[in-house]
Design a protein around this ligand. Structure first.
Ligand SMILES: [Zn+2]
Length: 133
């Protein structure tokens, strides 16, 4: 793509701050993509969109008071569970934790609360295992 299909202006690959509105919060992310230097239209490839997906989901989770991808991963590692172990114990399908940690899916509120309780030592993993069987 060399010229803008809308105004025939010059197109260049660059990174721009983009503001998203989510539940009355403005989220600013740096979005790479092709932009028209005249009309400012953006042309984002699936790769460009994928590159910022995790960042956007994490910002949304922060607003929703849910663990971010890294926070969730940190807790899982702290309690010494593989993604598969965690999915077996907490449910959601074998790839559930992989999805939560790559922003492919977002964990449910009850699971989020449970993980926070385990993380703050309010309940132990053994407590969970005893009632999960
Ligand atoms: Zn244009």
């Amino acid at each position: 793509m060399t010229n803008c299909p809308i105004c025939n202006g010059n197109i260049e690959y660059t990174t721009k701050p983009i503001v998203y509105n989510y539940r009355n919060h403005n989220l600013t992310i740096n979005q790479s993509g092709h932009y028209c230097s005249q009309c400012n239209e953006s042309f984002l490839s699936p790769k460009d969109i994928k590159a910022t997906k995790k960042e956007i989901i994490d910002l949304q989770r922060s607003i929703d008071h849910l663990l971010t991808t890294n926070e969730l991963k940190k807790i899982r590692k702290k309690i010494n569970l593989t993604q598969e172990d965690a999915a077996t114990l907490f449910g959601g399908g074998i790839r559930a934790f992989h999805k939560y940690e790559t922003a492919e899916a977002t964990q449910s509120k009850p699971l989020d609360i449970l993980l926070r309780l385990i993380d703050s030592n309010k309940i132990s993993l053994d407590d969970v295992r005893r009632v999960a069987v």
